[in-house]
Ligand binder design. Structure first.
Ligand code: ARG
Length: 460
């Protein structure tokens, strides 16, 4: 091991276990691109303001480019004794260009260095997940459109008990709405984190005549952070990213649960594509929804990453504390997890086959048009509460004798209420029920058409 970059005051070598425990290079090497981008902007600025001369700027920048090339080529040697990505890069730079490398860290601290690297990473991750969320949304919107013409009917549930028939397209559009907000959350977070902490230095700023606006601009940030303690000590940008991830993950988990349930033999609403399901090594008939199960399960770690960082941050006094080194892995993990789940669903949903006869038959069972019968009576002037009671009685009668509402006899219907007849019960098909729900945002085909058109406009 070489002498520590911070080793000036130390007489004894670092304990081996401490070195292992302290090191972050195992995971923060993922920030190498951002780290070198940050250093290049810093060096260029040091040249502009006259802290470094032109020769030094050329030497250091060239060296950094060479180090970056090694990293990209996979020939860079990451060393645990060099602790983290920042000191690995700087030590490698010194090996290449000699002592002038030591001037790179003028007017800078690892505290603002890591803060700027991590913001660059998280901002890119947020925008990438926003794009991927958008891609899934486009796919679900296309599915909604595909099934609208045929008015494919799905049982709508509350409490997982059949409630009222809906259009399958309406179901898809519910997820389109959720995904639109999810994308918005990522973009909002990216916008709010669009500030450069570089130049906050260790915590209090620096006596050097640096130009923070120049480095912020060079790195593509909207502006520098306004307070140096906040710049190096805050991680709410990562918390926001993790929150947006957690909410998106909750939505994808609900979708997963529905797909798992609807693909069972007992429901039989849909068939998942062979490409996205797996078999059993003992039971030859099996086709398991592993992708959806894992998507549902991985929500646990995505939630955990948010809770983990909230907990890390809550006990840290201002400004930087080594605790904050624990901010990265959760962000990497939530990002990687969601980026693969979003891709999987974007590929899988268009290949999923829906069985319109089955979903329709399921919607017809379970007295799903009972509300429509009650509404029929209410429209004829019967107070809704009374109508509810009458129809409830009919559902009870039908269910005790294993029949549907349209299986009740004329006499039974008239006995329940003089306005009712077999004719009425027959008119209350699931299709009529769906077509009748024309309130804004409802499941009637023309409402869903409007929702699709609006979603299409907002997507373009
Ligand atoms: N590896 C550290 C982290 O990720 C870099 C900052 C270290 N700063 C310090 N003063 N020890 O947080």
């Amino acid at each position: 091991p070489d002498k520590k970059l911070w080793g000036g005051r130390f007489a004894e070598a670092t304990d081996g276990l401490v070195e292992l425990f302290n090191a972050s290079v195992g995971f923060d090497q993922r920030l190498a691109e951002q780290d070198i981008r940050g250093s290049l902007a810093h060096v260029a600025m040091l040249g502009q303001v006259g802290i470094l001369n032109a020769e030094e700027v050329v030497q250091i920048s060239g060296g950094l480019q060479d180090v970056l090339a090694d990293i990209r080529a996979g020939t860079f040697e990451w060393r645990l004794d060099r602790e983290d990505v920042h000191m690995n890069v700087e030590a490698a730079l010194r090996e290449r260009i000699g002592p002038v490398a030591g001037k790179l860290h003028t007017a800078r601290s690892r505290n603002d260095q890591v803060a700027v690297d991590f913001r660059l990473f998280t901002k890119e991750a947020a925008l990438d997940l926003a794009d991927r969320t958008r891609a899934l949304r486009a796919v679900m919107l296309a599915e909604a459109e595909k099934h609208l013409q045929a008015e494919v009917i799905l049982p709508g549930y509350t409490h997982l008990q059949v409630a009222q028939p809906i259009l399958l397209s309406h179901w898809f559009m519910a997820y389109v709405a959720m995904l639109e907000r999810d994308e918005g959350r990522f973009r909002d977070a990216a916008q709010r984190m669009d500030e450069s902490p570089l130049g906050s230095s260790a915590l209090a700023g620096t006596p050097w005549p640096i130009d923070r606006h120049a480095t912020a601009q060079a790195l593509g940030f909207a502006r520098p952070t306004a307070n140096s303690l906040d710049g190096v000590g805050s991680r709410d940008f990562a918390l926001e990213f993790l929150s947006a991830c957690a909410i998106l993950s909750a939505h994808l988990s609900r979708l997963s649960e529905e797909l798992i349930l609807y693909s069972t033999f007992e429901f039989g609403f849909l068939t998942l594509p062979d490409s996205h399901t797996t078999g059993s090594s003992i039971m030859p008939q099996k086709k398991n929804p592993d992708v959806s199960e894992l998507a549902r399960a991985k929500t646990g770690r995505v939630f955990g990453n948010l809770m983990g960082l909230l907990t890390v941050v809550k006990g840290t006094p201002l400004a930087y504390n080594k605790d904050l080194q624990e901010d990265k892995e959760g962000v990497f993990d939530s990002y990687d997890t969601l980026s693969i789940v979003l891709r999987l669903y974007t590929d899988m949903l268009p290949r999923t086959q829906w069985h319109a006869e089955v979903t329709r038959a399921a919607a017809e069972r379970g007295y799903s048009t009972a509300t429509d019968v009650a509404d029929f009576l209410a429209r004829a002037g019967v107070p809704f509460r009374e109508a509810h009671e009458v129809v409830g009685g009919l559902v009870g009668l039908a269910s005790r004798s294993g029949r549907q509402l349209w299986g009740l006899t004329d006499a039974e219907l008239r006995a329940a209420h003089p306005l009712l007849s077999a004719e009425v019960a027959h008119a209350l098909t699931v299709q009529e029920s769906v077509r009748g729900r024309r309130s804004f945002g409802g499941t009637a085909p023309e409402q869903v058409r409007d929702a699709i058109d609006a979603a299409r406009r907002s997507l373009n």
